[in-house]
Unconditional design. Sequence first.
Length: 367
Amino acid sequence: MLFHSSLRRELARSFLAMLVVLVTIVMTMILIRTLGQASRGRVDPSEVTLVMGYTVLGHLPTILTLSLFVAVVGTLSRLYRDSEMAVWFASGRGIGHFLRPMLSFAWPILLAVTLLALFAWPWSNARIEDLKDRFENRGDLERIAPGKFQESAGGRRVFFIDKDSPDAHTGSSVFIYASERGRDVVTSARTGHIEVRPQGRFLLLEHGQQVEYQKNSGQVKISDFSGYEIQVGEDQAQATQAAPPKSLSTRELLRDGSTAAQGELAWRFGLALAAVNLSLLAVLVSSSSPRAGRGAHLLLALMTFVVYYNLITLGQSWIVTGRYGLGQVLLLVHGGLFLAACAGLWWRHVGASLWLPHWRIWPLGRA
């Protein structure tokens, strides 16, 4: 039908416009956050773009779902506002007949959301964790840019070093400020180098001075040394930790029976199911108050989206705490909302068919 094709074109324009806006906003927010992590020594400054790209990829399911949801709400609101839906109802069709052109446009997006949630989300998180772990394992000294003050990964130390050697393990003019166990310690040395031991990485300082200030008593202790060592990194075996559930593949989570793995599966399946349910809820939200303005519809749509995603997060926490199982949460949250959306659409469809007057539109020029 001509109406179906024009409707799909309008949905495509609204979807692409919203997608560009959301991607721009998300990229800006992630860039600011990643730059902050790089300034605190948690991300390699040279890999900020990679971390940002992987993070945006991981958030694409949510971005696509919200873009589709807002596109459907905005398009239907425009049809109601311009009285095109009145003509649609007058021709004997209810709101349920609108689902066919909407779903014919939305199904590739729903498929993309499902694939991204099940495969791209864990892959991007695994890449980010790998970049961060690789940077963390370099040790505090190796992460310092020459001539700049750099905070350690734990936030308890501040380093300054002037590296005058191509070897990343050696430097000169070393300055270290540490705050721990109720004291502030300032250590400076002419030279320093990294030595790897079974216990971890150690910074060996030569020909320097240390100033120690006790916060409680106010005492100051100054000492000179010809050699001094500070641990600046854990050993590889000790630093290696189990991968978080969000970075594990969906197949690995299915084999893992822990509550954390089940909670992560609830999140991934929830992203795919939420895309379907929100597509149906978009039609229902738009038809709930046809006379309302576009701003009111968009505000109601955003509130619906936020509440739904909070329910997904709440369901995930229920599984992790052992309150409910994976199947129970999926049926309760997503199954319940699917039935509610279908019931609401059926009521609107039957109401339009039974109660709205069926006007006949006569062709032009006919008596």
